[in-house]
Design a protein around this ligand. Structure first.
Ligand code: PLP
Length: 406
């Protein structure tokens, strides 16, 4: 079992007291929104700016070569982290949102009017709105895979949803509200049997579960650096080489071209075809160090620790009157979202904050899902490997007091 105390010294931000008299120890339980960064990541970024900053792939000078080597080394670290076959299948983006927008803008240009895209009801807006935009632009049809009362998808319903016109199934690996972990490998097999490509939103899955894209056999995987100890503003789109090769460029500009004439251009090879303009080099460098850090802990260990914390949380929440937790009872990731009777989620979160406990309140960018479960907003506690069982206790105790006082 992983010992979270061992890692906390790597995260100076966690070791602080809040409030005017600095008497509230920070309990950071908003990791599904963004995680904290270890010193190795913070220092790698500083070091990059002190020693190597330059634009990449262009300068024929030492710093340019250094920056390029660091950037491409980061790409290779990410490739290895998700077990992709080729490093040119790793495209650096701003994050999950941009990765999905890239596919929604580019891949769909290969579709015909009337072609269908299947989404689930548990998607984050990032994995809904880009498809709605594409559907509007190109007369595509969106079909929805609804969520069952227990917060899971009924795999038996998938066959009926995938028809002769279905081109893509886009779904989350782990729900950021329900905590549900979808069986991606099984789902992908069913979709592929029907000739349907699969895009997985890995924003919550990749930071918390071992990832092997070749084993999962997904066609696309999108994720964000900032939810896995990396910096903000950097993310990844993994795509299978043959699909990425067939897709037209997403944005135009420097780097994504091989040649430009006055009447047109030739796109560059992968992955540069999809990386127009100066990239986020410091972000990539930081993400590379973040994946080294996560690998040194072990993703199996991180998942087991998530399960431990969330089971304790679910037991504690069960004992609190008026609390209703969304999502499955087991087989879920390290987060719990709940409503508390008629109390507004923001009031509960603000009360917890007064005692140093940082949680998120709201619809968590999943309006349709909130509607499905008849809630306007929920409070969400979400964990990472540096959270301790004592912090879960502190959260539950403070929540108990909130329910009495509010
Ligand atoms: N998908 C899921 C499941 C998420 O939880 C999030 C962020 O909360 C996103 C997508 C969007 O990620 P980003 O804002 O980093 O692009």
């Amino acid at each position: 079992m992983l010992d979270p105390h061992k890692f906390r010294q790597d995260f100076p931000i966690l070791d602080q007291r809040l409030g005017p008299s600095r008497d509230r120890k920070l309990v950071y339980l908003d990791n599904a929104a963004t995680t904290q960064k270890p010193l190795s990541v913070i220092e790698a970024i500083t070091h990059y700016y002190r020693e190597s900053n330059s634009n990449v792939h262009r300068g024929i000078h030492t710093l340019g070569e250094r920056a390029t080597a660091l950037y491409e080394d980061a790409r290779n670290k990410v490739r290895s982290f998700i077990m992709a076959r080729h490093s040119h299948e790793i495209i650096f983006t701003r994050g999950t949102t941009e990765s999905i927008n890239l596919v929604a803008s580019s891949l769909t240009r290969l579709f015909q009017p009337g072609d269908e895209i299947v989404l689930t009801e548990m998607e984050h807006h990032s994995n809904m709105v880009p498809w709605f935009l594409a559907a509007e632009r190109q007369n595509l049809v969106i079909r929805i895979w609804h969520v069952e009362d227990d917060g899971q998808l009924d795999i038996g319903k998938l066959n009926d949803l995938l028809g002769p016109k279905t081109r893509l199934l886009a779904l989350t690996w782990m729900s950021n509200v329900l905590g549900t972990i979808n069986p991606i490998k099984k789902i992908t097999q069913i979709a592929h049997d029907k000739g349907v490509n699969v895009l997985v939103d890995g924003a919550q899955g990749v930071p918390h579960l071992p990832t092997d894209v070749q084993d999962l056999d997904v066609d696309f995987l999108a994720f964000s650096g900032h939810k896995m100890c990396g910096p903000m503003g950097i993310g990844v789109l993994y795509g299978k080489e043959d699909l990425l090769d067939r897709m037209p460029p997403y944005q135009g500009g420097g780097e994504m071209i091989r040649t430009v004439r006055l009447d047109g251009f030739e796109p560059n090879v992968l992955p540069y075809k999809f990386e127009a303009g100066t990239p986020n080099v410091e972000g990539a460098v930081g993400l590379g160090v973040a994946v080294d850090y996560l690998r040194s802990i072990g993703l199996e260990n991180i998942h087991a620790h998530d399960e431990l914390l969330v089971q304790k949380t679910l037991e504690g929440l069960k004992a609190l009157p008026s609390v209703r937790v969304l999502g499955p009872k087991s087989g879920r990731g390290g987060l719990a979202a709940f409503s508390a009777g008629s109390l507004h989620a923001h009031d509960v979160a603000a009360y917890l904050d007064r005692f140093g406990v940082a949680v998120r309140a709201g619809h968590h960018c999943a309006h349709p899902l909130a509607k499905r479960f008849g809630v306007v907003s929920t409070v969400r506690a979400s964990y990472y490997f540096y959270n301790t069982l004592e912090e879960v206790d502190q959260f539950l105790e403070t929540l108990g007091r909130a329910l009495d006082d509010l």
